[in-house]
Design a protein around this ligand. Sequence first.
Ligand SMILES: [Zn+2]
Length: 124
Amino acid sequence: MTRDELQQRVARLGREFARRGMESHARHLRLYYLGLRRGLLDGFRLELHWSCELIDEWTRIFGWENGYDVRPARSRCRGCGGGSAPGNTGLYTEITFPGGYKVGCHQCGDAWIELEDDDVSARR
Ligand SMILES: [Zn+2]
């Protein structure tokens, strides 16, 4: 990814965080953006823990590029069938955001997004 592409992605992500009321994320990302634009971050991770990889992760979470599968709330794992039965600890919530969360499977490594209100159609 070129710096220009990353900058565009960061700007879009910042607007999305703000739109979703994720103020702390938006504020940290603004600093990341400034550092990026001034060429201060080449080869460095910012101590705010924003990185190219994390930008990519949120891009996937919001389904813009190479997005994670969006599945109904409390889905079982499609990879291995692990899931929502009481006492089953095979699944874990990795990241939450207003309106949804990312679920991961300990057993097979699969990951997907579940939205509150099962509002799958409004996402993309
Ligand atoms: Zn699994």
